[in-house]
Design a protein around this ligand. Structure first.
Ligand SMILES: C[S@@+](CC[C@H](N)C(=O)[O-])C[C@H]1O[C@@H](n2cnc3c(N)ncnc32)[C@H](O)[C@@H]1O
Length: 338
């Protein structure tokens, strides 16, 4: 699908043109254009570590399940030869203008939970590696109108794919108190989930509804412990985001399909940003199921398809932590198909 020009794209092009004129340092113009836009959209986390984790073969077929600004994809493309292929997924159409202009690259504006179907649609049955850098991009957080930011006021949307689904505003205005409590407890791991749910229901009954991020903040204000206001608010937003986007179920579906299409020796690299995601990845890599229970055959041999490349999750270096705050909570797990 060709990238759609947006006003952002146009304004970015202006900076790029200025840069093009001053590119006398031998850097290729293409590289400068692409990296400039990419870094503005999202600074890729643990770039070197995740590329190393993939153990790329120049003629291999790879998937970047979470394209975003395309930082990881570009690094993969640089290492692929003429026979290599990269298929990238992103359910957010804002990512489309970041598409890489290269015949070996395909960007699919789809949810990665449909990994197998969309690969098959493109004639791909087996892959040599998959990278997933979970969660949201800096671009999504920085756009107030998307509703991801706890700092800026905007419509309480929180959908990554705005073509479908229920917004967070629809959810908080229609779900009953038990459902809201379940979401806060399960996905926000909030000890006062019940009280938060009750305050949301009370607030919507007393007003025209909870429509903006500020409306939600006001509704839950009294449940934010002093000194932990931002952290608690972030957990409330996280809980709604996970529910609205069906994030954990999409991750389970993607992992199950990824291992099916992966060639022996192929790698899965998954970067997660909170314990709920990390637990799913950890259990699946260890046992092939989401309970983390290793099944054994009659002779006691473990029935597993993946082997861990590193037993412990890889975390960002001191240097990266200082440069990119977002890398703080990142955990990269790498497994290889046997
Ligand atoms: C952390 S960002 C990825 C950043 C990217 N690695 C880079 O270097 O720019 C996550 C991206 O994955 C997308 N995403 C998250 N869940 C998805 C899903 N289930 N299917 C497709 N895309 C998804 C988001 O829209 C977002 O753009």
């Amino acid at each position: 699908m060709p990238p759609k020009p947006t006003s952002d794209w146009v304004s970015n092009k202006t900076t790029i043109e200025a840069c093009e004129r001053s590119c006398a340092d031998g850097t290729s113009v293409g590289e400068t254009i692409e990296s400039s836009r990419t870094m503005e959209y999202h600074v890729p986390v643990m770039l070197a570590e995740s590329i190393e984790g993939l153990n790329l073969r120049p003629d291999g077929t790879y998937v970047d399940a979470t394209f975003g600004g395309g930082g990881h994809s570009r690094a993969i493309m640089e290492r692929l030869g003429d026979g290599g292929r990269l298929y990238a997924f992103d359910q957010d159409e804002d990512a489309l203008p970041n598409a890489i202009d290269d015949a070996r690259f395909t960007l699919l504006n789809e949810n990665f939970k449909y990994l197998k179907s969309f690969l098959r649609l493109h004639g791909v049955r087996q892959i040599d590696g998959l990278l997933a850098d979970l969660g949201v991009s800096s671009h999504q957080i920085d756009e107030a109108e998307r509703g991801f930011s706890t700092r800026m006021d905007g419509p309480l949307d929180l959908r990554m794919d705005r073509r479908e689904g229920t917004t967070a505003a629809d959810l908080v205005n229609t779900a009953d108190v038990d459902e809201l409590e379940r979401i806060m407890k399960l996905y926000g791991e909030l000890p006062n989930a019940k009280q938060i749910a009750q305050s949301i229901v009370k607030r919507r009954a007393e007003s025209a509804g909870i429509l903006t991020t500020n409306d939600l903040k006001e509704a839950v204000e009294k449940h934010l412990p002093r000194g932990r206001e931002n952290k608690t608010l972030a957990m409330i937003f996280q809980a709604l985001r996970i529910e609205v986007n069906g994030e954990l179920e999409a991750l389970r579906q993607m992992l199950t399909q990824a291992v099916e299409v992966l060639n022996p020796g192929g790698r899965l690299c998954v970067m997660s940003y909170h314990s709920l995601e990390d637990r799913i990845v950890k259990n699946f890599f260890k046992s092939g199921n989401f309970e983390g229970k290793i099944e054994k055959d009659f002779f006691g041999n473990p029935q597993v398809e993946l082997k861990l490349v590193s037993r412990k999750p890889i975390t960002a270096s001191e240097e990266e932590l200082m440069e990119n705050n977002r890398s703080r909570s990142a955990k990269l797990r790498v497994a290889e198909k046997m």
